[in-house]
Design a protein around this ligand. Structure first.
Ligand code: SF4
Ligand code: SF4
Length: 398
């Protein structure tokens, strides 16, 4: 029996938790930016430093152990792009342009209150943008070696994290201790664990959450106590929720590719608006950064932190075989009916890697669709048509 058909037969049982109960729990995260801003203002008022991060390779634990508040500064707004294009090329990834545009327009309150930005040498567009950003903002650049299986590359990365640690200590006049690192590791592990639990809900035949709702269950600032309590609440509510009968008709989708920064969820909305249910999000705004925890009791916490982050399967790495392995595992666990791969225009690394993702999809017998786009809504109608055509083919084959 086709597994998806078998699963769908169980989708009509009566929900045990009401929709209102779930919506009430989710409502908190609709206001995520305001909660994060209130927290940042309060913490800064108490003398803590705000540290902007722009990539999942940057270890939040190290910043937290130095008493800083790490805040994600990745731009997801179309409105800030024109401001960026006065200095940056038009033919550049929208995530880079939007992040820079916020700075040009001084429109990101977190950026305006940041005491330090931590950047990293990932893709070429980002690292060249950082050079211009550093002309007006205090910045520390982590040099990320790009051969994750190379022992000397790892030692270099560890060394880079030690340099960052010393910079944080000097700049913030503090001392990072092993105990402080272990406390930060435990906090981040707790958040990663509950967010993994939420993502695992989507393994169900007819999950109660949509992919968009799951995507919204995050914050620009990790480990805010009130957020942690709300994650627990959503998880507890979902544990008592029955299946979503509407989900029986939806096409299960695995979404991979570039991160969907806050404000850049358009393709996700198109996919779900066309009758898809994104049951698995592999990207940096999904599962990728939260899959691995760090052993808080490891004898050398710096090394343990360095290992977790260095092995993030990002397309800037060569070879990035871990992403293909991860995708195979996620297909097995989440049972998608197709793979949709989002590539921001001018993102060469994800664009080239799309070839390998398609090859994997072919080998697994899963239909594959690559969508190259940016933050402009101009191509929405074209994307809707392509997604609908994919879903029609899948429904006809059911
Ligand atoms: S996709 Fe790569 S470069 Fe982008 S945030 Fe993730 S790890 Fe960083
Ligand atoms: S999406 Fe691609 S080009 Fe854009 S910042 Fe990430 S790795 Fe760089």
């Amino acid at each position: 029996v086709d597994q998806s058909k078998a699963d769908h037969r169980h989708c009509s049982s009566t929900p045990r938790a009401s929709l209102t109960e779930i919506s009430d729990s989710l409502a908190w995260f609709q206001d995520m930016v305001r909660h994060a801003l209130d927290y940042a203002v309060e913490q800064k008022g108490q003398g803590r430093n705000i540290v902007g991060i722009m990539c999942e390779f940057t270890p939040r634990e190290l910043i937290m152990a130095a008493g800083g508040i790490p805040v994600c500064m990745c731009g997801g707004s179309f409105d800030t792009i024109s401001a960026a294009e006065a200095k940056l090329p038009t033919n550049l990834c929208p995530l880079i342009k939007s992040t820079f545009g916020y700075s040009e327009r001084k429109a990101n309150p977190f950026l305006e209150m940041a005491d330090l930005l931590i950047a990293e040498t990932t893709c070429d567009g980002k690292k060249k943008m950082y050079e211009i950003l550093a002309e007006s903002r205090p910045m520390h650049v982590l040099e990320l070696p790009q051969k994750p299986d190379d022992e000397t590359a790892f030692e270099h990365w560890l060394n880079e994290l030690w340099t960052l640690r010393k910079n944080l200590e000097a700049r913030f006049d503090t001392c990072v201790t092993d105990d402080g690192l272990r406390a930060a590791i435990r906090m981040m592990n707790r958040e990663r664990s509950v967010r993994r639990g939420l993502a695992a809900h989507m393994k169900q035949a007819c999950p109660r959450l949509t992919g968009r709702q799951l995507l919204d269950l995050k914050s620009l600032i990790s480990c805010i106590p009130s957020d942690l309590a709300k994650y627990d609440e959503v998880l507890a509510t979902l544990e008592h929720a029955g299946p979503d009968p509407a989900g029986a008709r939806d096409v299960r989708v695995l979404l991979t590719g570039v991160p969907l920064a806050h404000g850049a969820e358009r393709v996700m909305d198109i996919v779900e608006g066309a009758g898809g249910r994104v049951v698995c999000q592999e990207s940096c705004t999904g599962l990728k950064p939260i899959l691995d925890d760090i052993d808080a009791s490891a004898p050398d916490p710096m090394r343990a932190i360095a290992e977790k982050y260095f092995h993030l399967p990002c397309s800037v790495m060569t070879s990035n075989h871990r992403r293909i392995e991860l995708l195979s595992k996620l297909v097995e666990e989440f049972r998608p009916q197709c793979i949709i791969d989002i590539v921001w225009r001018a993102c060469l690394t994800y664009d080239v890697e799309a070839y390998r993702v398609k090859r994997l999809a072919d080998s697994l017998g899963l239909p594959y669709l690559a969508i190259e786009t940016d933050y402009s809504p101009n191509d929405s109608a074209r994307i809707v048509l392509r997604v609908e055509a994919l879903f029609e083919t899948l429904r006809a084959a059911r």
